[in-house]
Design a protein. Structure first.
Length: 285
């Protein structure tokens, strides 16, 4: 539907307009998804004679489509997806925590919003996990060639069992630099590894969902490079994901909020980013 709207078409579509593989065996799931998007305000439903209910993206739906397309194409986001997917797939292997890189490409974990990772992207991700001590990689030799096999180390299994994203696990265990915001109610913003954070953290998941979506809607207006804008989108999407879990964990939501705030404060010279930062700051008090 987003493609139709960008091509100047009327934008109306029904279940029969979607690809056959979407509809085969999942007709009721597709209708349920369409109804869910209507409830979220991302689709509007129109009854058309002889065709039944057809759907069109609302403005909110267009923004969501743009966000998902950005995440789907974002190189760093795709790498993070590959890191997490390899860890998860290897940890669930039957006999040992090992996964073939080519075999991984056939698994659902290798798709980023429906777009498959490439073998090169998976190889780069595997090298990253090896470098961080989370896995080992065996590719045989010229005499005995072997498809590349990734095996989790003990630390890699701890990462898988922690339910944390690879990035968060590494940060929590001191493998990546961490930053904290020290907020005392004044106008001075302090960032750095030596600063401390305010521990007065109220928890209402709906507030963090609303803030994440506010950031996502405003991200296109922030006057920064596309690469840095992508980081804001990734961090806001992560906060939204953590806050909309069936049972959101305050500690995970807090880490996601801290990450987003750190990204925003680095760009506080931009007026939109500063306003967003000030909004998020209110959630910390």
């Amino acid at each position: 539907m987003y493609e139709r709207s960008t091509q100047g078409m009327e934008g109306l579509a029904g279940p029969e307009d979607f690809p056959e593989e979407w509809r085969r065996g999942t007709r009721f799931r597709l209708r349920a998804d369409l109804n869910d998007l209507v409830r979220r305000g991302q689709l509007e439903r129109n009854f058309v004679f002889r065709r039944g209910n057809l759907y069109r993206l609302t403005h909110a739906g267009e923004l969501e489509a743009q966000r998902l397309l950005h995440l789907r194409r974002d190189p760093e986001g795709r790498q993070q997806h590959a890191h997490n997917g390899l860890i998860t797939a290897a940890s669930r292997a039957s006999y040992s925590p090992t996964i073939g890189l080519e075999a991984f490409l056939a698994m659902p974990q290798s798709h980023v919003y429906g777009d498959p990772l490439t073998l090169d992207e998976v190889r780069v991700a595997a090298a990253y996990l090896v470098e961080r001590g989370l896995a080992t990689l065996h590719e045989g030799n010229t005499e005995h060639p072997l498809k590349a096999l990734l095996t989790l180390t003990g630390v890699g299994m701890q990462c898988a069992e922690s339910s944390l994203l690879v990035k968060d696990f590494l940060m929590q265990n001191g493998h990546l630099p961490t930053y904290y915001t020290n907020i005392h109610g004044g106008e001075n913003i302090q960032v750095g590894s030596e600063n401390t954070q305010n521990n007065n953290f109220g928890f209402d998941p709906s507030q963090f969902v609303a803030f994440a979506r506010q950031v996502l809607a405003a991200a296109p207006r922030v006057d920064i490079t596309d690469e840095l804008r992508g980081q804001i989108v990734r961090d806001a999407s992560h906060l939204e994901e953590e806050s909309t879990r069936p049972a959101p964990e305050p500690s995970r939501v807090r880490r996601a909020l801290d990450g987003l705030m750190e990204t925003l404060v680095r760009h506080s010279t931009d007026g939109v980013a500063r306003l967003l930062y000030d909004t998020g700051r209110n959630l910390l008090t």
